[in-house]
Structure formats: C-alpha cells, structure tokens
Design a protein around this ligand. Structure first.
Ligand code: AKB
Length: 312
C-alpha cells in the first residue's frame, strides 16, 4: 500500500473523501493537503499545505511524502471562477498541469481528477447528455475543466500515466457546505429548512440540473480509481449522476418533512451559468465499464440529509 495525496482536502468533496480513504486504507496512507490549514477538521491526519499552482511545491510534496496516487480535488468552482477568472485559470489549469507533470516525472501510479457538468454549454443537448457531444463551454470554469480532461488524456496516451476522471453533477452533502458553485443552492436549502428559516433561491424554480448525494459521489470516485484499467473505454470524462432536480422539486421534497418551509426565487448571475448546463446525464458508460450504480434517489437523499443535519 502506497501513499495517497488528496489536494483541495478542505473542499466539499475532500472533507468526506479524506476520512473515507483513511478508514479504508489507514491514516498513515493518506495525506490531506490544501492551500490553507483548518484546525480540527482532520484530527490526527497527515496534512501538508500545498498551493497546486506552484510546481515546485507540488514536486516537493510528492517527493517528500513518496506519493503513489493522487486525488486532485483542488479547483475553483463555477461561481467563483466567473468572479475571478485569473484565479480559476491559475488553479484549475496550471494546478492540474503541475500535478500531471510531476506525477509523470516522479513515478506516481494513478491520478484521479474530478471534472464537471460545467464543461457543457448551450449548444449541448440538455437531456440524457452523452459523454461524446458538442462541448462549447463559455465559463472560465468550463473552459479550464475541459482543458484538464484533455490534458489528462494527453498524459495518458503520450506518457502512459494512469489518469482517470469523472464529470460530476451538483453534489448534495451535509458535512461541508459548498460556497463557490452554481449547484450550492441545494445544500443551502437544507440548511435554511433545518434552522426554520425561509430561503431565497438564486436559481429559477424550474431550472433542472443533474445531481447526486455525496456517498454515491465518493463511492464513484473510489470505484473508478480501483477499476480494472483494461475495462476502461474512457479516461477523464465518465458521467455520474443520480437524478435530475429543480429547486422547486427539492423545495417540495423538503416540505414533506418540514411543512413550514418557505422558498422564494430571486435568480442572480448563477442562473445564467445553470442554463448552460444539462438537465440530466447519460451515465450508461460508467455503469458498463466500472459498475456505477447510485443508491440514493431524491427522497433517500432528503431523508438522510435531514437526519444528519438534525443530529449534527
Ligand atoms: C459548481 O456548481 O460549480 C459545481 C459543479 C457542478 O461543478 N458544483
């Protein structure tokens, strides 16, 4: 068993992936890293500060910690990317290049890079969007993430680096609230409901997006990582998603359990981002190649979210 490096460990996915990997492989085999340290999030874990946009720092961490696989989660999401495109370009594109190039040079065995539905644009078919389709993103997030997918394929075909990746939809989770994306409304809605507050949603009531619950997202990443390479017909763009959700559908599903919950709709700039993305994804290639099979539907997600938020 080697050493797994997780970049962007304090983000929405990282805060759940790190403990999952530690439980599966042992704390001594996992290194959480992020640009800043947040005390108390990973008690007793191995941690390194890491700015992925510095190639020197990426190289030092991989060498000094004898890293054998990398979950490269560090990235700037869609909403922040539109506010600060320079930062998105530097972290997403330069950061990913640094990870791939140092992984190649230092003999890392495997690199997993999450991508996103943000790679799609308005000319992409909206429903049951296939993996191979028109891809013309117009956000800095989308432009950098499709470039990262292509970089991953390049490092695989040219240098034999084992790079894998999946296109995530919006992810619903209760441990760490996301704060930088377009799909964050879903988690915000739960947090307001549980606190007994009304919620003002920044998307329209009927804007549909593909979504999934965090345990399915974590399982998907680990499953893809462990899949037999010979069975993989794609490299960096496997689709994963569990359902198509609008804010109105989520409001209704939550109201079944929190009858007084009230939502108003005041779309802002994130509505324009969401309107460029698909409503649902075709995930059949992921199911066929490595057994992707999400467990949580909308109702199961809502019940589990409310249970965990109430307990916490
Ligand atoms: C975002 O909204 O930016 C992310 C994503 C779908 O990639 N959650």
């Amino acid at each position: 068993m080697g050493t797994i490096l997780v970049t962007g460990a304090f983000g929405q996915i990282g805060t759940e992936l790190v403990p999952f990997l530690e439980k599966k492989f042992g704390k001594e085999h996992v290194i959480a890293s992020d640009i800043r340290n947040v005390e108390g999030v990973f008690p007793g874990s191995r941690f390194r500060m890491l700015d992925v946009s510095s190639r020197k720092d990426v190289s030092a961490v991989i060498r000094e910690e004898d890293v054998t696989s990398i979950f490269h989660l560090a990235g700037i999401l869609s909403a922040t990317g539109e506010k600060n495109p320079d930062l998105a370009f530097s972290v997403n594109l330069n950061g990913t290049y640094n990870i791939l190039a140092e992984a190649r040079d230092l003999g890392v065995e495997k690199v997993l890079i999450p991508s996103t539905i943000g790679v799609f644009g308005t000319s992409t078919p909206k429903k049951g969007t296939p993996v191979e389709t028109v891809i013309r993103p117009s956000t800095m997030y989308g432009i950098t993430k499709i470039s990262c997918e292509l970089l991953g394929e390049y490092f695989h075909s040219k240098f034999g680096l084992d790079v894998r990746g999946l296109r995530f939809p919006g992810i619903i989770s209760y441990r760490t609230a996301p704060t930088a994306g377009t799909t964050d409304y879903s988690v915000e809605m739960f947090l307001h409901a549980i606190r007994g507050n009304p919620y003002s949603c920044y998307l329209k009531k009927d804007t549909g997006l593909p979504m999934m619950y965090m345990p399915d997202a974590i399982n998907a990443m680990v499953q893809l990582c462990e899949a037999d390479s010979a069975r993989l017909t794609r490299r960096t763009d496997y689709h994963v998603s569990a359902y198509s959700l609008t804010p109105g559908m989520l409001e209704e599903a939550i109201r079944k359990h929190v009858p007084d919950f009230h939502v108003t709709y005041a779309p802002d700039f994130r509505e324009a981002i969401a309107e460029q993305w698909p409503e649902s994804l075709d995930c059949s290639i992921s199911s066929r190649d490595w057994g992707f099979s999400p467990k949580y539907g909308i109702e199961e997600t809502v019940i589990d979210m409310l249970e965990n938020l109430r307990r916490d």
